[in-house]
Write a protein of this length. Structure first.
Length: 187
């Protein structure tokens, strides 16, 4: 147990560390959303609808793919690839922070506990993050946020190629669907 600290003080410190992690990660997701909105040339309202409807990994992959396709040189390609890889790496750590129960660790820091059932296997995770690990994570996320700003500055909206044809109800061909288990009509 950390000497000289009351249990409620240790809990408040653990909650502060976890909360700061989530704060910094939310800034990263906001930057990814800004990239998606720019690439799709969306207005603010449509941007919120689209980014709120797409999961995090798909948004990062979209930014990563377009950044790679639009890279004017190796420096820009590397910026996009390294930044998006870093975002995925920090997201792996976010999975621990967000999907685990946590409490103050006996010797300081935060103890995360999580059970994951996947592909027929069950694993129990019990991991302690010291304050230095949190500080290192905050530093990484601040750098990623800066790198995302640089990446967003060099990417451009994805151009629409060709003509977009909108279908109306009159364009649809009716299809007859027999209910499951129904008998075919006699001929």
């Amino acid at each position: 147990m950390v000497e000289g600290s009351k249990p409620e003080d240790r809990l408040a410190r653990a909650c502060r560390l976890v909360g700061l992690f989530q704060y910094h990660f939310a800034l990263i997701e906001k930057k990814i959303d800004q990239g998606v909105i720019k690439l799709l040339d969306l207005d603010a309202r449509a941007g919120l609808i689209v980014t709120g409807s797409v999961d995090f990994a798909k948004k990062v992959n979209f930014v990563r793919t377009v950044a790679s396709q639009q890279a004017r040189n190796e420096k820009h390609r590397k910026l996009g690839e390294d930044t998006c890889k870093g975002v995925f790496d920090i997201n792996d750590d976010r999975q621990i922070v967000i999907h685990s129960s946590f409490e103050p660790a006996p010797n300081g820091g935060v103890q995360f506990k999580r059970t994951v059932a996947k592909q027929g296997r069950v694993r129990a995770y019990d991991e302690v993050w010291r304050e230095k690990k949190f500080d290192d994570q905050y530093t990484k996320m601040k750098k990623l946020a800066d790198d995302l700003d640089k990446l967003i500055a060099v990417i451009k909206p994805v151009p629409t190629v060709g003509h977009i044809q909108w279908l109306t109800a009159n364009d649809l061909v009716p299809v007859r669907v027999d209910p499951v288990g129904s008998k075919k009509p006699d001929r």
